[in-house]
Design a protein around this ligand. Structure first.
Ligand SMILES: [Zn+2]
Length: 354
């Protein structure tokens, strides 16, 4: 059982997390003579009902034998006799109750087997070796600190440019990065989620099928859901793990380096210039290329447009570009699709629209 940090009840410190934990414990312990559990619900706020339940438990358990029943106070101190008695009385199935220090949603600790299963699953994703070390550290650390078995979300590992394109254009709002513009495309990022987290609704029932993105908790309390994402990010960016966050609002996302001040699109343009025969720049979301002619830059389209064979350059522009570059460029350079060294797909439409 996770310990309480401060006192709970009459005159207690009553931190929300401590109160929630004590309330759930009192929900799982039965009163004598078939009177049911001490509490029927929990909310992390210590009211008269919680104080009365604590007091009744102490009287029933004769926790303070020297104190007349009328003088027993409804308060539990960390590791006092009432705490120990209550912890002992909680049924085995609920001995792993946990709550985040700043949260009020109680959950059940994951087993070492559940943690190891997440690590095994993470091994099925492609990551750069240095980043894989961090992913595994994160899974281990999250379990050690919070008792939670986190894991890699579907499509949360390395993505091909095509997969990135499909996510980008899916309309699901999953990513703002086009093909080649995400750390995911280079095995340097992971989306991590909470699938299987067993948390307790206010009536004490256990949610057994939570998804990666805490969708069920979100429907109950977005505020409580955020506590879990914050805990993930705090552990992920700790010195012990050494990962970095991506966009501020992209909660499941952690990556291998800090890209504060870095533009992935500008980096991609530089990468394309180094790895091919064309000079590339980017202007906002649009890429510009000299088309290998060594002259002026022409707007070619966004990463998604180029990848999909919908580059925004047409035959007239090409003719004009070649005429302007004559006599240097006799041959039309390779198609823009060869960006980032990606192979030209057999049968694919030419990247330059005609
Ligand atoms: Zn991500």
């Amino acid at each position: 059982m996770q310990a309480i940090a401060g006192s709970v009840g009459d005159g207690g410190t009553n931190t929300g997390s401590d109160v929630a934990l004590i309330q759930v414990m009192l929900m799982k312990v039965q009163q004598p003579a078939g009177r049911g559990p001490y509490l029927a619900s929990y909310d992390g706020a210590c009211g008269a009902g919680t104080i009365a339940a604590i007091r009744q438990f102490k009287i029933d358990q004769n926790v303070e034998p020297q104190t007349p029943a009328a003088a027993v106070r409804g308060v539990i101190q960390p590791n006092d006799a009432a705490w120990r008695r209550l912890a002992d009385a909680v049924p085995q199935a609920f001995q792993g109750l946990r709550v985040l220090p700043s949260g009020r949603t109680v959950y059940l600790e994951a087993s070492a087997q559940q943690r190891d299963a997440k690590i095994t699953n993470a091994a099925t994703y492609t990551f750069a070796p240095a980043f894989r070390v961090k992913v595994n550290r994160l899974i281990n650390r999250m379990h050690a600190v919070h008792g939670i078995a986190i894991g890699v979300c579907p499509q949360g590992g390395r993505r091909s440019f095509q997969e990135q394109y499909e996510l980008f254009t899916s309309g699901r709002g999953v990513t703002n990065a086009g093909p080649g513009e995400s750390n995911h495309n280079f095995g340097m990022a992971a989306d991590i989620g909470f699938a299987g987290l067993r948390w307790l609704r206010s009536d004490g029932t256990v949610v057994e099928n939570e998804g990666h993105w805490l969708g069920q908790m979100h429907r109950v309390s977005a505020e409580q859901e955020l506590k879990f994402w914050d805990a993930l990010r705090t552990v992920g960016t700790s010195n012990e793990v050494g990962a970095y966050r991506g966009p501020a609002g992209d909660r499941p996302h952690l990556q291998n380096w800090s890209d504060a001040g870095v533009s992935m699109a500008r980096s991609l343009a530089a990468h394309l210039t180094r790895s091919g025969t064309m000079h590339w720049e980017r202007a906002g979301r649009v890429y510009q290329s000299d088309l290998g002619l060594g002259g002026a830059l022409y707007a070619v389209g966004t990463a998604a447009q180029i990848w999909a064979g919908n580059a925004t350059i047409d035959a007239t522009t090409l003719t004009r570009a070649r005429a302007a570059a004559r006599p240097r460029a006799a041959a039309l350079p390779v198609a823009a699709r060869q960006m980032a060294g990606a192979p030209v797909r057999p049968g694919a439409a030419p990247a330059v629209a005609g």
